[in-house]
Design a binder for this molecule. Structure first.
Ligand code: SF4
Length: 335
């Protein structure tokens, strides 16, 4: 994270060298370093902060004021002080969450194509229909939505949750029957951790869902002593092979504190890049799965967002108020 000093191309190249990515040539690092300087200047002029998800490109981390998982970013957005503009380097539903907590601030997403296959798998209309149906069977039904969904789906939920606090939120809700949307893999994982009845939705994250046990097995066979850390959005058979099942920020902490020095990081590759840059003395092997939506955010996109104040996130007041209620409930139950 660098918001004060401007990095030069040589330093940036040295820093990115740990990623062993030939794409980061000295010439490209020079261009990025100049752009980083420009963005830091624009941030100061616009009184802007940059929030970045763990899955972003490594060069984006250089202009971020804060990097984290979706829960940390939601909390950060809620507690922000003294900024007029938020540039959100993540996907659309995350920028919506920042807007929910900052109705008076301008929230910008550098590329409106940065959506999410998981968020797209549930609509407010389908959720309203399904929960009405299920309430006939389970009058005490509560709806919990994983934060990876649109604001209008959050507005129909009793509480939101993240992968870090899903089990805690469900256990603390006063109902034995929970409709959990939209991730079926996370729902299955939570079901294995709670005695409550968790009814899943038929959605998944295409990035995590494509990772197979065979890929994990191959890595384990080739690297003795490898510790496998998986994200709960992975399939059940992949989770069964993991030494730890953690959210992205919990993975950072685990890798820092563990006495092991070789890890297979079974989630989107951006997190492995962050680990390689921040904990260079340990070895991180990645599942090599990129989220095409997360990678739509680029340094030129961030610069253009600040120059042109685009693309602004807006939503109706009633959606914002409903989503805020569900997100506040998550913060209250899940902290
Ligand atoms: S990694 Fe999966 S859940 Fe996250 S933004 Fe990409 S598609 Fe959505």
């Amino acid at each position: 994270m660098n918001t004060e000093a401007v990095i030069n191309g040589t330093e940036l190249h040295r820093k990115l060298d740990v990623l062993h990515n030939p794409g980061y040539s000295p010439e490209l690092c020079d261009q990025y370093a100049a752009m980083i300087g420009e963005i830091l200047q624009l941030k100061a002029e616009r009184a802007a902060v940059v929030l970045a998800h763990n899955y972003q490109r490594p060069e984006i981390f250089e202009v971020a004021d804060f990097i984290g998982d979706s829960f940390e970013l939601a909390r950060k957005a809620r507690d922000l002080q003294g900024a007029d503009v938020i540039v959100f380097c993540g996907v659309h539903f995350m920028a919506e969450t920042a807007k929910v907590f900052n109705p008076e601030r301008m929230v910008l997403l550098p590329d409106m194509r940065a959506g999410c296959s998981l968020a797209d798998s549930v609509t407010a209309e389908a959720l309203a229909e399904r929960s009405e149906e299920l309430r006939r069977l389970y009058p005490d039904l509560k709806v919990v939505s994983y934060v990876n969904c649109t604001a209008d789906v959050k507005a129909l939920s009793d509480a939101c949750c993240t992968s870090a606090n899903a089990t805690k939120v469900i256990n603390r809700l006063d109902s034995d029957n929970i409709l959990f949307v939209p991730d079926q893999n996370l729902a299955n994982y939570v079901q294995s951790q709670t005695s409550k009845n968790v009814i899943s939705w038929d959605g998944n994250c295409y990035v995590h869902h494509q990772i197979t046990p065979a890929e994990v097995e191959r890595a384990k066979a080739g690297i003795p002593g490898l510790v496998v850390i998986a994200h709960p959005e992975c399939r059940k058979d992949v989770i069964a092979m993991a030494d730890a099942v953690l959210s992205t920020s919990a993975m950072m902490q685990y890798a820092r504190e563990s006495s092991a020095d070789k890890f297979l990081i079974v989630t989107e590759c951006g997190l492995s890049d962050r680990l390689l840059m921040e904990i260079p003395q340990k070895h991180f092997y990645k599942a090599c799965k990129l989220c095409r939506y997360m990678k739509m955010i680029t340094l030129p996109g961030v610069r253009d967002a600040l120059v042109n104040l685009r693309y602004e996130i807006t939503m109706p007041d009633e959606v914002r108020d409903g989503a805020r209620r569900a997100l506040e409930r998550m913060i209250q139950l899940g902290s």
